[in-house]
Structures are given as structure tokens and as C-alpha cells.
Ligand binder design. Sequence first.
Ligand SMILES: [Zn+2]
Length: 126
Amino acid sequence: MAKGRFATAINCMDGRVQTPVYEYLKNKYKVDYVDMITEPGPNKILAENSDQVIIASIKRRVEISIHQHGSRSIAIVGHYDCAGNPNSKEVQLEHIKAVKKLIRSWGFQGELQGLWVDENWQVNEV
Ligand SMILES: [Zn+2]
């Protein structure tokens, strides 16, 4: 097991949301590190559950974070002005709900937190 405490984020690749999500999760869970699993609009990719190659890659990285780093919490992130998921906030929040169900179906029993990063790049729990 790696040294230190870890949390996990399934985040967009967008450079604008890396630091806000990292800092938010470090503070919320009192962890030393946040494993950042990034794709463009990952909430859309996972909610649609169609691209099985990318989903398998995300799942593999989540499993490394949980089993090798001992993470007990996964955050699923959506954000304002997302190029990968250009849907409204309302639709993106529905995607986040669907992703929570999908991750539970993988057998993850720790904490699942939805996050919305708004137009001021502030992180909100959803
Ligand atoms: Zn994005």
C-alpha cells in the first residue's frame, strides 16, 4: 500500500478544474493526495455507458486508486463550460447520478460524492 491517505476524483481533463477539485477534496477528506482520473466530460462518458474501452480504462484506474492507494472516497465531477459534456447543468447533474449507480455496480462501497464546478470555478456538492 502506498504511503499517505488518498481520495479519488473522476474529473474532466479541463485544466481549469484541476486545482479547485484537488484542493476541495484534500480539505474535505483530510487526505494527502487526490488521484485524478481525467477524461473530457467523464460524467457524460460514464452515464452513456457506450464506449466500453474508455470505461474499462477508467474502471482500471479507479481500482488502482482503491486497492493500491487505499482510497475510500470517489468524487464524480461535472463543470460549467465543459467541452466534453456541453449539456446544461441540469443534464450534467443527471449524468452524475447515473455515474454513482454505475460505480456502485462495480462493487465500490465507500463514499461517492458528486461535485459541480461553477462559472466562478467554485466547487459545490451535488
Ligand atoms: Zn470539461
